[in-house]
Design a protein around this ligand. Sequence first.
Ligand code: SF4
Length: 230
Amino acid sequence: METIIVDDMVFDPEAGELRKRLLIEEGSEDERDFDRMLAEARSVAKPKAVFRQALVESAGPDRVLLDGVTFSSRVLAVNLKGRGRALAFALTSGREIETWAEAYAADALLSYWCDVILEAALLCARERFNAVVTGTLGFEKFSTMSPGSLEDWPLSEQLPLFSLLGDTREAAGIRLTDSLLMLPRKSVSGLLFAVEERFESCQLCPREDCPNRRLPYEAGLLKRKFAKGP
Ligand code: SF4
């Protein structure tokens, strides 16, 4: 199946929400500076999503074969067992806005503001991608897993993921560094699959004080749902 690029997004975040998050006071000089920066960011940002549907050729006990590409993960295998398809995806704020933010890198405060604006651009890509997933692609309920989010599915699994996606550098400006991190920095990648009951890797991750936690840690879940049979 072919890789699809979605690059028709309009980046138009709610300025008030971002200012609130950054504790910028109404009527202040900071507000004027921030609004000017946000206007610049709006004019250059081109968030993007790239994805490819793949047939689940086999799943289990701790490997998954998607369109001829092998992924090694027990948790992924359990989640994909019995599913007909999965989506490989990568989402990004885009190179354009990251290049724009470089002009503010020397100033710690402005650089932090840029970071929040870039995150908003990535969120824009995620929301557009989710709309395609539930609309055009017909997924009613779905979950995602990202390489590196669990010991069971390490960052090295970026390699099969990006081999499935094909040339994301040309298509969406997303590339892997030698240490398998993504550039632009505000990018996410993973596999998406249908579920009956919501699953988040956070349920299996005991890390405390994670600002991005989406569901509480469930100490017994790994054994209950993902342990290998006798
Ligand atoms: S709790 Fe944080 S580190 Fe752990 S999987 Fe969730 S987002 Fe990742």
